[in-house]
Design a binder for this molecule. Sequence first.
Ligand SMILES: [Zn+2]
Length: 347
Amino acid sequence: MIQISENRFKLAIKSLQSESAYDNFINKVQQKLNDYRSNKVVIYSNDEKKILTSSEKADINRIKEYKIKNSTFCYQYLEIIKDIKNLVCLNPFKLNGLINKINAISISCKEIVKKQFLNDIEELLDYKNFRKKVIPLFYNLLGIKVCVYCNAQHTIFLRGAGLGRYQADHNVAKSTYPFLAITLSNLYPTCNNCNHLKSKSPLDFKLYYKIKSKQINYIAYLEEKDIVAFVSGNFDESKLSIKFRDVPDDFKNTIRPLEIYENHTDYAADLIKKKIIYNKTYKDSLTKDFQELFPSNTKGAHNKQLFDRLIYGSSLEEDDIHKRVFSKLNIDIMNQLDQLSPDKLKY
Ligand SMILES: [Zn+2]
């Protein structure tokens, strides 16, 4: 439900590349993949590790090597994903191109070989370590602190405990495309509930946008007649209903934004009251009286973001949408209230 610019992604990737934890991960996995490509290693499944004796392992080695060496599918697949750095840092707008390349090589390959091979890829890419060492660094650099689907829960990292209070949702499922397990542009920070609700079903939603005007945003709004009734005192805040325009059905049925937000009509009621109380004259006088709290920017204008954050709980700028919960709701409802004629709000 919230989207951020591709530029923010690029900047975070650039900073990530100077981190030693990132370098260590890339070098280690690249080496493992190179060894695998040159048939220096064979990956065992956990079951195989438990039950096989060393001579049985040696037999299995030969069988696996033979199958993989002789499979055009495996060879071509490995060629496409051979550069780990590229796989991790892939631009969000190049993701489909990579998927298409993999789809194009779905030439005949025995299912059992394919299954074994894809298990090997998953093991080689070491997602477990990636999740622990690289993802927290990246999310921190990206600055996203809220679930990108519901925008109603925080997604933060507890540095001291080394724990993430978030989940990394694979936008394109890693069960279908295991090579995308460690592609950062495919990993969306979400709360546990949304990740669980979404599960493996694909969603018609992309986190990154290239051009601001092309942003796809599902707009929250209130019925105008409800706002008027609420302002006139004829309407209890629990009767306000937060609606969304242009929400795709898949999103509606999995993440259930309407049901989440029906629990938060008090936020919408507060926004209406704040819109009435903090009119332009009052805002100007507050920023003048408390100049040190809202320092001017380089152009001499007072810091609007700081003021909005204090009053509305989050900035009303689209560029700051990823920092606080309910920021999307705040922006959309305030935009709607700004467009209402003042007599409807009785101020
Ligand atoms: Zn969520």
